[in-house]
Unconditional design. Structure first.
Length: 405
């Protein structure tokens, strides 16, 4: 069989274009010579690739920061408003949305509260449609809308967008991607691809590409909203499992005689480290609706509340021991309320971690999410940008979705 040299060269060129654009998207502006060093491509190839991306309006060469005397060197940077995505973090009690520009520039962010009764799929979709209108109004005319990413707190098949189970939303077998795609098409006409994923999977993607775990190849991210979600990256790749449902560590049973979980099991990890467990550290829990209220009481010197919070920290440590022994991660990132309480229970957690296998324990660092409450949101934007970053010219040629101001 003869392989077409032209076809092979075209594939190499497309790969190199993607390499350059991804580096600029994630790493920021650099000079052409720095791109040569970072990509391993020769100077003439980098020049041709930069010119091609510039012709498409995706990148621009501009003066860099002035260092010393003389004219500053030119650097290559992405054009943030050349292409945008919409990102949504669909939480149990609220929805957070943003429009993100190429390079990770957050152009606008909106947040809307939502009652439990408003979590029905149809009502939830209408909220997303209303937020979409608001977000797109913030984008310049003729900007290309290349995708939408949505994070959901449940068991999600990322390929089909089917939410098999979301206990804290009361959802079972909801074809969420299909429903939101149909509704968006009715509302906006032609739309770009929609990607629905588990919220913690998107959280680990964000912390791995832009957050606390950029340099690591084995990472666990724990989301803490109402329940507990887990996203796992092993050897640089997202662990999804046979059906795409891997990483549901919040439903790891740690106490078989414990409280019944919303999933139907008993003694799941999220029953002892979920938000309710933290709020219940205060006897009159109904008067304290926020985790920060509990931390404020602890800071005031209330020893009884501190002891109850220490118990949550102990259960957190017990679960982390299992994760360290099973996955041997380099970094465990705590998001949401777990990140909030960690400074107050760090010593308790560290004590429990001494029960992990020494070889794995010595390699792990437990830390708080650097992207804070936006880890899932940023991960959703990265999932929506993936087609453009993988095939820049093809994605642009196939897209006719422009944002009208």
């Amino acid at each position: 069989m003869r392989i077409s040299l032209a076809a092979s060269q075209d594939e190499v060129r497309r790969h190199n274009l993607a390499t350059v654009l991804r580096r600029l998207h994630l790493g920021g502006a650099v000079s052409r010579s720095e791109l040569v060093a970072l990509t391993g491509l020769n100077r003439s190839t980098v020049g041709a690739l930069v010119n091609e991306l510039a012709e498409q309006g995706l990148v621009v060469e501009q003066p860099g920061a002035s260092v010393g005397v003389g004219r500053p060197s030119l650097v290559v940077a992405v054009q943030p408003r050349s292409a945008v995505v919409l990102a949504f973090d669909f939480r149990v009690d609220r929805t957070v949305g943003s429009v993100m520009g190429l390079g990770g520039d957050m152009i606008e962010r909106v947040e809307r509260a939502r009652s439990q009764s408003a979590s029905a799929p149809k009502v939830s979709i209408q909220q997303i449609l209303d937020m979409t209108h608001e977000l797109l109004e913030c984008v310049p005319e003729e900007t290309i809308w290349v995708g939408t990413g949505i994070g959901v707190p449940g068991i999600v098949n990322a390929k089909s967008g089917m939410v098999s189970q979301a206990p804290n939303l009361g959802w079972v077998d909801v074809p969420f991607e299909q429903l939101i795609r149909t509704s968006m098409q009715e509302e906006f006409g032609e739309i770009p691809p929609i990607f629905v994923s588990n919220d913690a999977d998107l959280g680990v993607l964000a912390e791995h590409t832009r957050g606390r775990a950029v340099a690591a190849r084995n990472v666990i991210y724990l989301s803490g909203e109402v329940g507990i979600g887990g996203g796992v990256i092993l050897n640089g790749e997202l662990m999804s499992g046979a059906g795409g449902f891997g990483g549901e560590v919040g439903h790891m049973v740690v106490n078989p005689m414990g409280t019944k979980c919303r999933c139907g099991s008993r003694g799941c990890w999220e029953t002892v480290i979920g938000r309710a467990s933290i709020l219940n550290c205060i006897s009159d829990a109904e008067s304290y609706g926020q985790v920060q209220d509990v931390l404020d009481v602890v800071s005031s010197g209330d020893d009884e509340v501190q002891q109850r919070l220490d118990s949550v920290g102990r259960w957190l440590g017990i679960g982390l021991v299992n994760l360290v022994n099973i996955f041997n991660p380099e970094v465990i990132v705590l998001g949401g309320h777990l990140g909030q309480i960690y400074p107050a229970v760090e010593n308790i957690v560290s004590h429990e971690l001494m029960n992990a296998l020494r070889a794995s324990r010595d390699q792990v660092m437990v830390t708080v999410a650097s992207l804070r409450d936006d880890s899932t949101l940023i991960g959703a934007s990265e999932s929506a940008f993936a087609p453009l970053l993988n095939s820049p010219l093809e994605t642009l040629s196939e897209s006719s979705t422009f944002v009208a101001s």
